[in-house]
Design a protein around this ligand. Structure first.
Ligand code: BGC
Length: 644
């Protein structure tokens, strides 16, 4: 098959996968139903096999799968096919993109910082100064595989909201029936509206699947936001993220609010477990691999949880409520919040600052904004916009008068005449003249250029959000016009598609640009765009590797739970569909993970559903045992899993 067809084939396939994962309801999917969404012809492609399948041990050398010449020398993509980049453009490109290059030393520094915050988050005295919330989850046991029952689950907080029916049978594969639903943006504002909406959807789901509405069901609720739990079925909502607002829920017990609405709508459904999506991922993975001790989400948002020695968690308010045999508990790190206190400032570029500034939660979840799928497309767009501004890429589009100069407040500014600014002195900037390189002194001085020069500087101040903020806020910024507008449609899924190119025909890159309405890209444009996307996603994967290595180190050093090998369960659209994310994580873990610890990264598909179901049924079984007097009175379950 020709290289071009190959690129197109990958491109179509990845689009289908992404589309399926993000938008289409899954029907009758079984636990690894993810594989059913993959075109069978491609099951064994390099892309699929890369996503968390290989077991890595410290003894092995880099294997073939981990070898990618471009990854080893990322600038080489700029030289494939002798794409012509002038040395001036090349230098400027390197200057603009250099902050995205990070070294192993920087990662080591990040690890030390993160370790410190982990420790602080587990101590009552230092907890409030830690960026990491390190939330106790009250999940103290791995699945036994003896769990059984038909359990409902809700999975809320990612790209989609999902309703699930999970059928657990001892020692058998779980069966999962699930449906994905889009949550309208209007429902992301108030919890009351949101929960009414999801309970209505749940009721319809139960009816469609012929569940007896008169029967009592147990439900596990995966709620992918930071919640401070005091029991498995009680959690105070702390911080909205990923574009959600839910202002009326902050400080409220999520279970209580949802349970009230469930009963109001006459459903006999009892929420017995509230879990984070990372916990679901860990539990679902542990159902198959009992060495699993870490759960990671790399999707719209990012986060991780891990099993901590219970004696090291000093923030559990009442230890008497724990099962007497508990030695470990899952801690939800909420690692997305790292950097809120400034500890990542050495990594933050101006582009990251801009992403943070235009987000609906500035200053919050800084680490998440460097990594996750919600921000990656936007971040690439920021960098590419700057490359357009500097005349490095899409020059033809600029020549077609589609540059930001012709739109909105920028357009207004470019009407500025020297007469308007006679009192302003400016001596830098870049003018578009019809005689470049000629009459330089005149351009610094004379009336023909002065207005334009001021406009350049002012445009840059708009770009930096320093002036005319209201215009920007009114969506009149350059982002909404011409090639910039096109670029700001860039999604993280497009980045995955672009990065499938090996740099020969750039078929995928061209395809993405075409979809965005940018038809004039040259090979050089494609090479630079591809390079930029790789840099940004590589930085994200390297940071993820460092953060995972910190948790591995903690596990390895924990006497109580010391193990020779651990498995890390990972889920999320970014990890599943980005062609190189897993590889870059693996390569850096080889350097950063504790030397004597063997590890395996595994995709933990449908974790949110299965994990929630496992936790919900375990809690319910404990409730029932308690009713029958089979559990000690002092048990945690007696005090916290109350029967209504
Ligand atoms: C939330 C986490 C969640 C993660 C992944 C973050 O924004 O704060 O609780 O696990 O996204 O969904």
């Amino acid at each position: 098959m020709s290289k071009k067809n190959d690129d197109n084939r990958y491109s179509n396939w990845i689009q289908n996968c992404w589309h399926h994962f993000c938008l289409r309801p899954k029907e009758n999917s079984s636990e690894y139903s993810h594989s059913t969404t993959i075109d069978n012809n491609h099951k064994n492609t390099r892309f699929v096999s890369q996503a968390g399948k290989e077991i890595v041990t410290r003894e092995s050398n880099f294997d073939g799968l981990l070898h990618d010449p471009v990854e080893e020398n990322i600038t080489s993509i700029l030289h494939v096919n002798e794409n012509f980049i002038s040395s001036k453009d090349y230098t400027e490109l390197m200057r603009i993109t250099s902050p995205f290059h990070i070294t192993v030393e920087t990662l080591a520094h990040l690890m030390t910082t993160m370790e410190k915050h982990c420790q602080m988050g587990l101590e009552p005295n230092t907890k409030s100064s830690s960026d990491l919330k390190m939330l106790p989850t009250y999940v103290t046991n791995l699945p036994t595989r003896k769990e059984q029952g038909d359990i409902l689950a809700l999975d809320l907080g990612g790209t989609n909201f999902r309703t699930l029916l999970v059928k657990l049978h001892p020692n058998n594969e779980p069966q999962v029936i699930s449906e994905a639903h889009i949550v309208p943006d209007s429902k992301k504002l108030l919890a009351n509206d949101l929960f009414e909406f999801i309970v209505d959807v749940l009721k319809q789901f139960m009816i469609r699947n012929q569940l007896d509405l008169e029967q009592e069901y147990v439900l596990g609720f995966t709620f992918s936001f930071a919640c401070e739990q005091i029991a498995l079925n009680k959690g105070k909502f702390l911080t909205p993220s990923k574009g959600w607002v839910l202002s009326d829920l902050i400080g409220q017990d999520v279970v209580q609010v949802l349970q009230r609405i469930i009963y109001q709508k006459q459903l006999k459904v009892k929420i017995t477990a509230l879990i984070n999506d990372t916990v679901g991922t860990l539990m679902a993975c542990a159902y198959h691999e009992n060495t699993c001790r870490v759960g990671v989400i790399l999707g719209t948002g990012t986060n991780a949880c891990y099993f901590e020695d219970i004696n090291k968690i000093h923030t559990i308010s009442d230890r008497a409520v724990l099962p007497t045999e508990a030695t470990e508990m899952i801690i939800n790190t909420e690692w997305g919040a790292l950097g809120e206190g400034g500890c990542l400032d050495m990594l933050i570029t101006n582009f990251d600052r801009e992403i943070d500034r235009i987000s609906n939660n500035p200053g919050i979840h800084i680490f998440e904004k460097l990594i996750s799928g919600m921000y990656m497309g936007r971040l690439a767009a920021e960098v590419l916009a700057s490359l357009i501004n500097q005349g490095i890429i899409l020059k033809t589009q600029r020549d077609h008068k589609q540059s930001y100069r012709y739109y909105g407040p920028f357009h207004a500014l470019y009407m500025l005449q020297t007469s308007h600014i006679s009192e302003i002195e400016l001596d830098t900037g870049h003018t578009i003249s019809n005689n470049p390189g000629i009459h330089i002194f005149e351009k610094l001085i004379s009336g023909m250029y002065m207005g334009r020069l001021a406009a350049e500087v002012l445009a840059s101040l708009i770009n930096q959000g320093i002036i005319l903020k209201t215009q920007r806020d009114h969506k009149q910024s350059y982002r909404y016009y011409g090639p910039f507008h096109a670029l700001y449609m860039l999604q993280t899924s497009h980045i995955s598609e672009i990065e499938l190119d090996t740099g020969h025909t750039f078929a995928n890159t061209r395809n993405v640009l075409k979809k965005l309405g940018l038809d004039y890209a040259t090979n050089t444009d494609c090479a630079i765009i591809s390079y930029t996307c790789r840099l940004i996603s590589r930085r994200a994967a390297m940071l993820t590797a460092a953060a995972i290595a910190v948790l591995m180190k903690r596990l390895h050093e924990n006497k109580q739970v010391a193990m020779k090998k651990i498995c890390i369960g990972i889920d999320g659209s970014l990890y599943r569909f980005h062609p190189r994310f897993n590889m870059v994580i693996q390569r850096h873990l080889k350097i950063l993970a504790p030397v004597l610890l063997n590890y395996e990264l595994r995709i933990s598909a449908d974790g949110s559903g299965i994990g929630a179901a496992i936790c919900a049924i375990t809690a319910n079984d404990a409730r029932q045992a308690l009713r029958k007097g089979e559990i000690q009175k002092s048990s945690f379950y007696q005090q916290h899993n109350r029967i209504p």
